[in-house]
Design a protein around this ligand. Structure first.
Ligand code: CA
Length: 426
């Protein structure tokens, strides 16, 4: 889908030069015009679309409507289980549907993604949190009587419509984080962001550390805490995953040593990038390669929240260094590589939404290096950012600063009509 959108945009960009060639004889060489640089865009102008409680992610359907997930606020405990999350349709004009039925049992939804072949198979993927009071009690809060074991999971199903009412058919869980961790709250650094490889063959999922701190535990290959996962879209595990041949290793692991990864995306060159929240300082942007250990919690560019020191990454320490990092933190929450036309000078750049920073952070990748080139104040915690499907829709972003958040579209500030979409807290 992404490829076809990009192709459409490139076709549109090619029109002026094709027009200028009209009437030229085949024997007359036409000088190649020097392209004028894209106009710099200094900010975005958001327009309110809809208001939702605790939205977490969104995905565009081909007709321009959005699927939006909701992760309930509040706590999950044996005394007070969290309410399930909801998946809703939101129209471009802001009409919000009732919750879509057929979802797996959950205590909160995280990311929703369309299958790369959605137009033909109507398949969608949802990462979510699930609880199991009978699961083994694991983690540093295992002895806490009110806590219940909670884990990240991933399901897929077919989105079907009866009129304007959608439901999820044949939902099946295709991956579960192991083990579940006793948690005093419903989330606790779950990760849960997804991306497909550019060829659509593989599905990558970030699995957070669930606020565990034991280095030996988190770096062990027999659990999926603080890891990036690579599976086939049906949940099967590729035979060439890097740890697959190691005895006792979970075969779905792709890389390890991650903290709370809330952004994962391929750039236009097919390179996989991930960002993750550091503790007090040290948010990271990492170029992800299979079989590498990215260090957390053994090393960090930041320190513990109580200012306790964490060893800093150093050459030869055996851990993959970050390409870029932030201190003070931006609390990165989502990431896209922008490929649209309306924010033309953003094309190819990573757009990272921030919670604590209340910003969109624009990062330019140049080979193995990355540089922050722009920071746009959005005035609210931003939970998600997505690029729309057509030239008229660029980015959408959702924030979850409080129980009530807004979904907004955004455009360049002096643009004549709305282009991008956002959601910020009210
Ligand atoms: Ca790291």
């Amino acid at each position: 889908m992404k490829r076809s959108i990009l192709a459409l945009l490139l076709l549109g960009m090619a029109c002026p030069s094709l027009t200028s060639c009209g009437g030229e004889s085949a024997s007359t060489p036409t000088p190649t015009p020097t392209p004028s640089p894209p106009r710099a865009i200094s900010g975005v102008a958001p327009t309110l679309v809809a208001t939702l409680e605790s939205p977490w992610s969104l995905a565009f359907l081909p007709d321009g409507r959005m699927l939006v997930t909701q992760l309930p606020s509040g706590t999950a405990s044996t005394a007070d289980p969290a309410a399930p999350g909801a998946l809703r349709l939101v129209t471009p004009s802001g009409a919000i549907s009732d919750p879509i039925g057929g979802l797996p049992t959950n205590i909160g939804l995280l990311e929703v993604k369309l299958d790369p072949n959605y137009t033909n198979n109507r398949m969608i993927y949802i990462s979510f949190l699930e609880s199991d009071a009978n699961a083994p009690r694991v983690g540093r809060n295992a002895a806490e009587p009110g806590g219940i074991p909670i884990g990240l999971a991933l399901a897929r199903g077919t989105l079907r419509f009866t009129g304007n009412t959608a439901y999820l058919d044949n939902a099946a869980v295709i991956w579960r984080q192991m083990p579940k961790i006793v948690s005093p709250g419903p989330s606790g650094e779950p990760g849960g962001r997804m991306t497909f490889s550019p060829d659509g063959r593989y599905l990558f999922l970030t699995a957070g550390d669930r606020q565990e701190l034991d280095k030996t535990f988190l770096h062990s290959l027999d659990n999926s805490l603080g890891k990036i996962i690579r599976i086939y879209p049906d949940g099967a595990i590729p035979s060439d995953n890097p740890y697959r041949a190691q005895a006792g290793a979970l075969p779905e692991l792709w890389s390890i040593g991650h903290r709370n990864p809330y952004g994962i995306a391929f750039d236009s060159k097919g390179v996989l990038w991930e960002h993750e929240m550091g503790p007090k300082g040290g948010d990271e942007l990492n170029r992800i390669q299979p079989g590498l250990n990215y260090g957390w919690p053994a090393v960090s560019y930041g320190n513990h929240y109580d200012d306790g020191a964490i060893p800093k990454p150093a050459e030869g320490d055996g851990f993959a260094p970050s390409t870029f990092w932030w201190t003070p933190v931006i609390a990165p929450s989502d990431m896209i590589f922008y490929s649209g036309a309306l924010f033309a000078d953003w094309r190819g750049d990573a757009i990272i939404s921030g919670l604590a920073s209340h910003t969109l952070v624009r990062v330019r990748i140049n080979g193995d290096s990355a540089t922050e080139v722009q920071r746009i104040d959005m005035g609210a915690r931003i939970r998600a950012v997505q690029q729309g499907l057509t030239a008229r829709c660029g980015c959408w972003r959702i924030s979850r600063a409080a129980a009530c958040s807004s979904l907004r579209r955004c455009s360049p500030p002096d643009h004549g009509w709305p282009v991008l979409w956002q959601a910020g807290s009210l």
